[in-house]
Design a protein around this ligand. Structure first.
Ligand code: F0G
Length: 459
């Protein structure tokens, strides 16, 4: 069956030109960037799949909102609009805007980990892991084992391993654990969804032991779409009802709005605890700005208030996930392995399978990302042993659970023809895969090294 492409539920009003360099130029550009894709200039990239974060195309309505943004320091109407949209969607009594997801983590994590040692998540995203470490905590991943087999097609590979969670709590002691986090969708496991049943069970365990339960909700709308498709109980529910079901047992939520709220900048932090909200506001004022703007300009707040609603529209989500499903179906035809079934925001190519001759400590997923850039100017990134920082205690290199080259699809930005270019590039790289070389790190920061690290190609 020919893979289907769900047509865009919009037409295009504004465009940005793209230009493709020659292969020789790209070889030089990536060398100059020390084989770190974050070091490339955007004009040297043809299709930018580095992230789906803040790279989305806003709607005409959102741009109209930008003009209406209220830039008052205190009490702006745009702030009120964000709170109204977010309260309607998440149902939390106390919500604080912040400038992006990691700002929410910076404000909240030290409060949750004060006097505690551990934080447990289905899987931490890199910044969340970094903030847990910087707050003096030890982050522990507790994803279901099915997630580790990229060829296993099960519906909710992002889930928490609840049996292991209980064992970890018993082992480390409930009083030493500051927070249990559910990342929806589970980015580090391949944008894999988490079921409502699993959220309910995890919340129940957390509350039984008196541990706060938090949702890292960067891609909560995509998660809700998967629940509607895959969890029997919710097949007739609206996206809003599903979201309500996901958040009702959570004590906190953090959100990078740069993903599912389809904006270029923004974040949210929610709590149900009034005393904690007071502390959050104080930290927010110190780090982000006054509570009614939280590090954002009024125009960004306005775009966020509108984007929150657009991001949960069913037509949009159907097309959005449809793009990923189209990519995945085409890769199946070509025999290219990825974390399957495909997740919400990106295709996670299994670099271990594509480059079996490169060991983990020579960063196969980074090597594949470099090769794709050289092949067609496509910029992806490593979600593997290069991205995983050294062990915070022993400072040794750590082998990641996966070696993924992540190719994100920004929302409402690229067309079917762009997706075909990505597929053709992967096919071409696979053909000559045995010629691709591993990498070594020559310079690295102690935390979040993948952003600024410098690498060299091995001979
Ligand atoms: N949580 C998750 C699950 C994320 O994917 C991200 C960011 C964050 C938190 C932090 O949010 O960037 O707004 O500060 N992920 C981006 C990515 C950067 O490319 O996956 P932020």
């Amino acid at each position: 069956m020919k893979p289907t492409y769900i047509p865009e539920p919009f037409r295009i009003k504004s465009v940005e030109p793209l230009k493709m360099l020659t292969r020789k130029e790209r070889e030089q550009k990536i060398k100059d960037a020390h084989y770190n894709l974050f070091g490339l200039n955007s004009q040297d990239v043809y299709i930018d799949c580095l992230t789906d974060s803040g790279t989305n195309a806003m709607s005409a309505n959102q741009w109209a909102g930008v003009m209406l943004g209220d830039e008052s320091y205190a009490g702006a109407t745009s702030y009120q609009h964000v709170i109204a949209s977010a309260t309607e969607i998440f149902g939390f009594p106390y919500i604080q805007p912040v400038h992006q997801g990691r700002a929410a983590e910076k404000v909240l994590m030290p409060l949750l980990l004060e006097g505690k040692r551990y934080a447990i998540a289905n899987m931490f995203f890199d910044t969340t892991r970094g903030h847990a470490v910087m707050a003096g905590g030890i982050p522990i991943d507790c994803v279901v084992p099915e997630a580790l087999d990229t060829s296993l097609r099960v519906p909710f590979k992002g889930n928490m391993d609840c049996k292991k969670l209980v064992e970890l709590i018993e082992q480390y002691g409930k009083d030493n654990i500051g927070v249990i986090i559910m990342t929806i969708t589970n980015n580090s496991a391949g944008g894999q969804p988490v079921s409502v049943a699993n959220i309910r069970e995890t919340a129940k365990i957390a509350h039984k032991y008196g541990i706060p339960f938090m949702i890292d909700s960067a891609r909560y709308a995509e998660n809700a779409w998967f629940i509607k498709q895959r969890e029997e109980e919710f097949k007739n529910a609206s996206i809003k009802q599903i979201i309500n079901e996901c958040f009702k047992d959570a004590d906190y939520f953090t959100m990078s709005a740069k993903k599912d709220a389809i904006v270029n900048m923004g974040g949210l932090l929610g709590t149900r605890d009034k005393a904690m909200f007071e502390k959050i506001k104080q930290r927010c004022i110190s780090f982000e700005g006054f509570v009614t703007y939280g590090g954002m300009s009024g125009r960004d707040l306005e775009a966020l208030a509108i984007g929150l609603k657009e991001g949960i529209e069913e037509d949009f989500l159907k097309y959005r996930i449809g793009q990923l499903e189209y990519l995945a179906a085409r890769l199946d035809e070509e025999g290219i392995a990825y974390q399957s079934p495909v997740g919400g925001h990106a295709i996670f190519i299994d670099a271990k399978k594509m480059l079996p001759h490169i060991p983990w400590y020579q960063y196969p997923a980074q090597a594949l990302a470099v090769a794709l850039y050289i092949e067609a100017g496509i910029r992806g990134c490593d979600i593997g042993s290069y991205m995983l920082d050294r062990d915070p205690v022993t400072h040794k290199e750590q082998e990641a659970q996966f070696e993924f080259t992540r190719l994100c699809i920004p929302r409402r930005v690229y067309t079917q023809a762009h997706l075909d270019i990505i597929i053709n590039a992967l096919v071409a790289v696979k053909k000559d895969a045995d010629k691709i070389k591993g990498l070594k790190i020559v310079e690295e920061a102690p935390v979040l090294r993948h952003f600024t690290g410098k690498l060299e190609l091995l001979k």
